[in-house]
Write a protein that binds this ligand. Structure first.
Ligand code: SF4
Length: 423
């Protein structure tokens, strides 16, 4: 019998092809004399750099690749041998260790930067990370100071402040590459960006369905990558069209990421990359599906309407920079998570607190209290790390996860027995 899902797994296989083609182009940039820029995912300004022919390197993507391929532990130890403290973010130490081990990432050898753009949306560690790289590579460093989202609405002065810096960045790029800025090309790229963002937003919203057609944490981390590294390109747009087709097909056939959806959760925090599969299995065993996650919003809160706008290119880029999850204040973050729990029909909230990342972990213990005690939303708080394998305690995590879902199951059965509404 033929498989009824013609587009099954297109999201992941296409993603792999896309990323390996991206890396191939990147790896050969130096021999073709083409410039390379390093920048960060959150609030990235990739379309401006692409305007000048820069190939883009995202050190966080290298770090998570090293994590998932189980190479991060060695690089982190290397950085600690060099004097980096155990308290320093695992992504940073992975990158420093990688750099001092020949820069051979799981995808291949990384080319050195012609320019470093530190777009530090929500994370001050970025600053020290890129200062270290600038010193090592002797490469020019541009800092984009992105104001924190402190109010419900963004101040016009904040937008003007970031736009002014984007114009300065354009001047630096013109000087470094000898090329003129092409505003028409930026607008064309942003048309494709906005369309890809629209597809991604539809995919994220499709998780409201029961059964949920995809896992909005464990699968979303694969689906979101092209929008982070290839935004503005036709291949990125084609990718999201293909993933949307796949999701629609799953919906039509009532197929989800687990054979039987038993629990729906919202997940806060990044995944433990070195133990990604084992961690996912701990949830799958209980028929758990993540219906929304905050980690899938680190590169932009598209699901709540954030969009690049070709008619307001720099202004909408500035707004985008401020609207990445870790650049939101704690009140906005909590409202967002609470809204997810209601909108996506979640049975509970899972907070995966990682030791490395204060941008995420700050306030999470208080968030747990607020959700459990004030909002009455069952909340599981577990800890490990996103890069450092030493902080992943499999038995301890499994015990906590099992106990949480046993508790949810018990409440559900008790609710049914008393004729009440299941929690
Ligand atoms: S602290 Fe968090 S956001 Fe900052 S570099 Fe590390 S992992 Fe990234």
């Amino acid at each position: 019998m033929s498989d009824p899902l013609q587009h099954q797994d297109a999201g992941r296989t296409l993603q792999k092809d896309l990323l390996s083609r991206w890396f191939d182009r990147l790896a050969h940039a130096p021999e073709r004399g083409e410039p390379v820029a390093y920048l960060f995912i959150s609030g990235n300004v990739g379309e401006i750099l692409a305007n000048f022919g820069f190939h883009l390197v995202y050190p966080e993507v290298n770090a998570l690749q090293c994590g998932i391929k189980k190479m991060a532990g060695t690089f982190i130890l290397k950085a600690e041998e060099m004097g980096y403290s155990p308290d320093v973010c695992g992504y940073v130490k992975n990158d420093i260790g990688l750099l001092h081990s020949g820069n051979r990432s799981p995808m291949g050898t990384l080319p050195p930067p012609s320019l470093l753009v530190c777009n530090y949306s929500g994370c001050r560690t970025y600053v020290k990370w890129f200062e270290a790289l600038a010193e090592y590579y002797r490469a020019p460093l541009v800092m984009l100071d992105v104001p924190y989202r402190r109010h419900d609405a963004i101040e016009p002065s904040d937008i003007a402040y970031v736009v002014g810096q984007l114009k300065e960045l354009i001047t630096v790029c013109e000087r470094l590459t000898g090329r003129r800025f092409d505003p028409d090309r930026l607008r064309e790229d942003l048309v494709r960006t906005a369309r890809a963002e629209e597809y991604w937003s539809k995919i994220l919203h499709s998780a409201r369905r029961v059964p949920c057609p995809y896992d909005a944490y464990f699968e979303a981390v694969f689906f979101m990558a092209p929008l982070y590294v290839l935004r503005g390109t036709q291949e990125c747009l084609d990718y999201y069209e293909a993933v949307w087709r796949e999701v629609k097909e799953r919906i039509a056939h009532g197929v989800g990421p687990v054979p039987e959806e038993r629990f729906r959760v919202v997940v806060e925090g990044p995944p433990p990359w070195p133990h990604f599969r084992a961690f996912w299995e701990m949830f799958k065993n209980w028929g758990v599906v993540a219906v929304a996650s905050t980690y899938s919003k680190v590169g932009g809160l598209y699901d709540v309407g954030v969009r690049h706008d070709p008619e307001r290119p720099l202004e909408s880029m500035a707004e985008y920079c401020m609207n990445c999850y870790t650049n939101w204040n704690l009140g906005l973050r909590r409202d967002l998570i609470r809204g997810y729990c209601e909108e996506y029909g979640a049975d509970g909230l899972v907070i995966h607190s990682v030791k490395s990342c204060r941008s995420f972990s700050v306030g999470q213990a208080d968030t747990r209290e607020v959700f459990s005690n004030e909002y009455g939303i069952p909340t599981l708080f577990i800890e490990s790390d996103l890069a450092d394998p030493r902080y992943f305690s499999s038995a301890q995590l499994r015990n906590r996860i099992d106990a949480f879902f046993e508790g949810l199951e018990h409440r559900r059965l008790a609710g049914r027995a008393s004729g009440g509404v299941a929690p």
